[in-house]
Design a protein around this ligand. Structure first.
Ligand SMILES: O=c1ccn([C@@H]2O[C@H](COP(=O)(O)OP(=O)(O)O[C@H]3OC[C@@H](O)[C@H](O)[C@H]3O)[C@@H](O)[C@H]2O)c(=O)[nH]1
Length: 480
């Protein structure tokens, strides 16, 4: 154990960890799950969270005697809605402003860590942390809550994306086309040998977000994350070898430091039943017959994409439950429905613009297919469900998550998109969905069988326990 004040007052077989995740529920929640795992073995956790968000996280704190929340007051930055704390409060197009606010908390977080003196700090986007924790003897762990494959593909030194090449990738950059084409293929030494790993439209979406320089931090998002991966003591990833082993090994070689894996990121056990209104509606249909669709907490479709997708559901002639945010420019989903759609699908379709209990819906016996954007949380929920999986990724890591499920593991199918701009048609969408739902279709049978086998492997409690024990023992090695 380190010799700092705090650890000297603790049992030598345990440690004190601080958590400073990025301000998005998709990051705060898995960091809290990790905190629960550490606390389960008697370790103490100091968890930094935006002040109002603590109320949302509190119910998932399973060890209040060991996990303590420390509130952060998110400063206002021009252009951010007043009171905005997490990505749930802002549109993705202004995420750089929330990154700036996060960065402005740097001094406060530094003084918290100086006072608390934990043995180790877990963080993801706060790339500046190791610069002052290292001199204080506090170890630093960059904890990734997205797939290892997306880090291995884009965020490794062999990509050779320095500041100059990032500048060339910017919207008016001189070398945009050539660098984009390079990014469609894997970096040298990448574990799999597929000719195209990212499509043109996917590279465009990623680079427009990742290469934009933040005026406050002075860094692009790409630099922020790769600097952090370089500076930390250990890298930790919320994944398991059974799904991403070769990508984890590749990251370890690329960064020359240990990569720890938390193990299968199983969804939380359901504590509340599905809302009666939806349970009754789903209950009207036969087992495994309903298509469920949701695209996570961040992405908003354009109106033409939203309508094409709904028309695709209509064409399947199957019952469906679509939970999507209103498309760009609309305040409700009702105003964005295609002409006559409501009347035509009244008996068999729901389009809901608000939040639903996704895990409970996926567990409902009538639901037989999940059309998902393949965000990392939804990916694990899909894998642990009994549904057929159809993929429509929209940004960032979702593209690589999709390649793992549909490519490496063959447990899902991906909707075909146009190379240049990612457009899909209602006809290709409905054909694909009908195919996976047809119990005599060989491809549908194959992905169902592969999915069943993988679900069985992942849900083995002994597997989860061995990951947790190994993970904690490696942190002991680091902080001793
Ligand atoms: O209506 C809804 C929508 C979503 N959810 C839940 O919200 C969570 C969404 O998380 P996801 O990781 O799937 O998707 P998000 O889009 O919110 O995540 C974001 O961070 C994680 C990255 O992998 C994604 O690429 C990024 O978009 C899931 O646990 C899902 O069950 C609901 O409970 N109800």
């Amino acid at each position: 154990m380190s010799t700092n004040d705090n650890s000297s007052s603790m049992d030598k077989s345990t440690f004190h960890a601080a958590m400073h995740p990025w301000f998005a529920m998709g990051h705060l929640t898995p960091f809290l799950h990790l905190s629960n795992k550490l606390a389960e073995k008697g370790n103490k956790v100091s968890f930094f969270s935006p002040r109002k968000t603590i109320t949302k996280l509190q119910p998932s704190n399973l060890y209040p005697n060991l996990i303590t929340f420390y509130p952060l007051d998110v400063p206002h930055v021009d252009g951010l809605p007043h009171g905005a704390e997490t990505m749930s409060d802002v549109h993705i197009s202004i995420s750089h402003l929330l990154i700036a606010a996060y960065y402005l908390l740097k001094d406060h977080v530094q003084s918290l860590l100086t006072d608390l003196k934990p043995n180790v700090v877990f963080y993801d986007f706060a790339e500046w942390i190791p610069s002052f924790t290292t001199p204080l003897g506090i170890k630093s762990i960059h904890h990734t809550v997205v797939s290892a494959a997306s880090t291995a593909y884009l965020l490794v030194p062999s990509r050779q994306l320095d500041s100059a090449s990032i500048a060339r990738l910017s919207p008016n950059g001189e070398d945009k086309t050539n660098t984009e084409i390079k990014l469609m293929g894997p970096p040298p030494g990448f574990p799999l040998n597929s000719p195209v790993m990212l499509h043109r439209h996917e590279v465009k979406t990623i680079t427009s977000f990742a290469t934009r320089k933040n005026e406050v931090t002075g860094l692009s998002f790409y630099e922020q994350v790769t600097n952090s991966l370089k500076a930390c003591d250990y890298i930790s990833i919320r994944t398991c070898r059974e799904i991403e082993g070769p990508y984890c090994d590749y990251i370890e070689t690329q960064y020359g430091k240990p990569v720890l894996l938390t193990g299968p990121a199983l969804p939380e056990k359901l504590t509340k039943p599905l809302e009666e209104k939806w349970a009754n509606w789903l209950g009207m249909f036969s087992p495994g017959s309903v298509l469920y669709c949701a695209f996570g907490s961040e992405w908003v479709l354009r109106k033409d994409q939203f309508q094409e997708l709904l028309l695709g559901f209509e064409l399947t002639e199957m019952p469906f439950f679509v939970a999507l945010k209103p498309p760009v420019g609309c305040t409700t989903v009702e105003e964005a429905l295609p002409d006559g759609f409501e009347e035509r699908v009244r008996q068999r379709g729901v389009v809901h613009g608000g939040w639903v209990q996704q895990p409970q819906i996926l567990a409902h016996p009538s639901v037989g297919c999940f059309v998902t954007h393949c965000g990392f949380g939804s990916m694990w929920e899909a894998l642990m469900s009994h549904c057929q999986i159809v993929l429509m990724p929209h940004l960032g890591d979702q593209f690589m998550n999709t390649r793992i499920l549909a490519g490496d593991l063959k447990v899902a199918l991906e909707v075909e998109r146009r190379e240049e701009d990612g457009w899909f048609t209602k006809e290709t969408f409905s054909r694909l969905v009908k195919g996976v739902m047809d119990e005599t279709n060989p491809i549908g049978i194959e992905i169902r069988e592969n999915h069943n086998k993988l679900r069985e492997t992942l849900s083995n409690t002994a597997l989860e326990n061995s990951y947790t024990d190994n993970y904690i023992s490696k942190i002991h090695d680091l902080v001793k």
